[in-house]
Design a protein around this ligand. Sequence first.
Ligand SMILES: *Cc1c(COP(=O)(O)O)cnc(C)c1O
Length: 405
Amino acid sequence: MATAASHWSSLAVCGNKPAFSEPLHVGRPNLPDKQAILERIAGALDRHWLTNGGPLIAEFERRIAAEVGVKHCIAVANGTIALELAVRGLGLSGEVIVPAFTFIASAHALAWQHVAPVFCDVDRTTHTIDAKQAEELITPRTTGILGVHLWGRACDVESLADLAARKQLALFFDAAHAFGCTHRGRSIGQFGSCEVFSFHATKFVHCGEGGAITTNDDVLAERLRLLRNFGFVGYDCVTAIGTNGKMSELAAAVGLTSLDNMATIVAANRANYDCYRRMLADIAGIKLVPFDAREVSNFQYVVLEVDDRVAGLSRDELAAALVAENVLARRYFFPGCHRMDAYRASAKCPAPPLPITELLSERVLALPTGLQVDQASILRIAGIVRTAIENAPAVKSRLSQRRAA
Ligand SMILES: *Cc1c(COP(=O)(O)O)cnc(C)c1O
């Protein structure tokens, strides 16, 4: 089954009413059970215990550790501080190799700890760090590799582990996208020295703001707990220069409720993904980034690659046509980290710089999913994509008139 194209003059870029009266967002928070959140928060208020190792945080850590299958979970305020704590906890310095095609926080967490991010290209199929190129980027200053399991798809963990072992480098992962996902049947969160999750409101399981580090290393876990809480070991004894990375009870209340609802959210994401895949399958120049069918996935990201030479519209033109319809598709991630103003002048990366990252950052487009989206809205979104691409010259000229106006 496929959607039919409508006449192009029906599109919002031609001055018609948008297909959706309310905007559809990428990463709108899933909040299926408001009552349960409020009850947990009421409990915290009744206890007058709002942070500092309260019972909700402890329960959240236990449940994350159990879900991932690791000994330790250290819950923190957000994913970025989790990455920074990991950098500190692992004692990294000098340079760390990180993919350029990721959310900027992967790089910032290193730079904020005075470790230079060295930008590596990614694999054309999985969009994760290219282990071969990572090896070429190693210098005497390199102390570690930070892989990113983009879209919930695992990095080439085995090649990276082999490389890290041979070169005596630390290996850790930004698993911000990958809670509830597996690699070779094992849960992501178990690999490297430690892995970092984000529980930001846009993520699959979320606390509003939140993050966690998971590890099987007892010594590292102890150190991370110390650094998370100013380096305090008792009421008056500080043994390390720490920070305040603590998660609050209120965030844990949201996180626990989100965990309770995981199955509902995955089911919705999966149904949405399957529906998008069917509806978009035969449109020229459009490819949905696939999930590995052998693995468990959270299906949190529905990502298109738009090949403008075949589609007749660029990714940006298709995005503009969708935004006009109130479908707020997002360019995840544009540009590559190495091209962001904060890094452009000084970015350490190979020359010619990162062809796959350049290609993907011109082509990828994330579409709305989660509990806000149903099959009827996906049919309409796919119909817009089809109409726009089948009438690419007309849509293109409309868009350039709009830009000129
Ligand atoms: C969201 C995200 C982060 C940062 O997490 P926050 O909780 O927002 O600080 C880091 N890396 C990636 C890949 C992310 O998507």
